[in-house]
Design a protein around this ligand. Structure first.
Ligand code: DAH
Length: 366
């Protein structure tokens, strides 16, 4: 009897003292395992008289139940403690600033495209895109390029094997084919017929057989297209003046619209922005020099007709500019080739904070 009391007291104390699940299991084995103390007591039952065996057996069973209950209660306690310890250790402080060296940077080309889209977005333009691998019809023919136009020749264009139907394929030499793709879209035609106006902005990659300090075989352009029944050259001037002033963040930036030629516009113009080269340093804004930054014009009636839009009813303007060029001018990046070198030091210097939201007042204003 005494012995059962001792086993009970010692085992229950050991259960209470077990600091983890392993220690608790050791207590279980020491009491209830094959050679445990309680099991040892059970083994003595065989040599007892029936009456004694009945009484003693009942006591051992009670003790066994008590120990099992204490074991599982302690297990629940230990599990709960282990969970709270884990929650405590694994807690992350979301208010801690990220380590600066771990933050990546937005490439200046991506930033510039985002800024251009943000400015035109404010004016109601929507984003559109087209394929880099383009067919000759969209890249040239639809845009009113004369058959012998130099842009079609080998030295300018990357030609690809023709399509199954014989159509010559190229890497698009400009984003202008997306003008044709957008105009031909049945949704556009339906919208125009219903009295709506089309305003799209198309940033994307373009390709030409050209490689030197200021030309790369792959570069980026952004195209714009506005079509409705009333848009005229005055709107073109206003829109592009507003854009240039917002993009370069100079409210009185002087602009010059210089007559030019593009097959897909008539009349056509190139836009120059004012600048000065005082002390050999380029400053954008008032000055006595001009820098060309984009091409534009009223969409040629042939382009509209080629794309199933009646030129007697609809008109509008288009423009296109090189992203690298305006990024270099805005951010003072001297060498075009560095855009594609993936030099981390360059990217840390010229790159942008990924958490910044490009806006009308983004960029330089940071
Ligand atoms: N596609 C022309 C180029 O790559 C740029 C351009 C000029 C686009 C005038 C236009 C435009 O939409 O109207 O040189």
């Amino acid at each position: 009897m005494d012995d059962l009391q001792t086993i009970r007291a010692e085992t229950l104390a050991a259960i209470g003292a077990a600091g983890d699940l392993r220690a608790l299991d050791a207590v279980r084995v020491a009491a209830l395992g094959k050679s445990g103390r309680v099991t040892g007591q059970m083994k003595t039952l065989g040599g007892m008289a029936p009456d004694q065996r009945k009484e003693f057996g009942a006591l051992i069973n009670t003790l066994k139940g008590e120990i099992e209950g204490a074991l599982s209660a302690r297990k629940v306690e230990l599990d709960r403690a282990a969970l709270s310890a884990r929650l405590e250790n694994e807690r992350i402080d979301v208010s801690l600033p990220a380590r600066p060296e771990r933050v990546g940077h937005i490439h200046p080309l991506s930033q510039t495209m985002d800024e251009v889209c943000a400015v035109f977005g404010e004016m109601g333009f929507v984003w559109a895109e087209g394929p880099d691998v383009e067919d000759d019809w969209h890249n040239f023919e639809s845009l009113n390029f004369p058959p012998d136009h130099p842009a079609r020749q080998m030295q300018d264009t990357f030609f690809l094997p023709p399509r199954a139907d014989g159509m010559p394929m190229v890497l698009r030499t400009h984003t202008s084919p997306v003008q044709a793709r957008t105009l031909l879209d049945p949704a556009t035609q339906k919208m125009l017929k219903a009295g709506g106006s089309l305003r799209v902005i198309v940033p994307g990659r373009t390709y030409r057989v050209d490689s030197d300090q200021t030309h790369s075989p792959m570069f980026h352009q952004v195209e714009g297209l506005v079509i409705d029944r009333v848009t005229h050259m005055g709107h073109l001037k206003g829109c592009l003046t507003d854009f240039c002033r917002a993009f370069f963040e100079i409210d009185d930036l002087p602009l010059r619209f210089r007559p030019s030629y593009f097959p897909f516009t008539e009349p056509s113009a190139e836009v120059d922005i004012g600048c000065s080269w005082k002390g050999g340093e380029l400053r954008i804004g008032a000055g006595d020099s001009w820098l060309e930054i984009l091409g534009c014009g009223m969409v040629h009636p042939n382009v509209l007709a080629n794309c199933g839009v009646d030129p007697n009813e609809f008109q509008g303007f288009a423009f296109g500019m090189g992203i690298e060029r305006i990024a270099m001018l805005k951010y003072g990046i001297p060498d075009l080739r560095t855009f594609y070198e993936s030099d981390l030091r360059w990217l840390r210097h010229y790159g942008f904070n990924p958490l910044d939201v490009p806006s009308l007042t983004g960029g330089l204003g940071r």
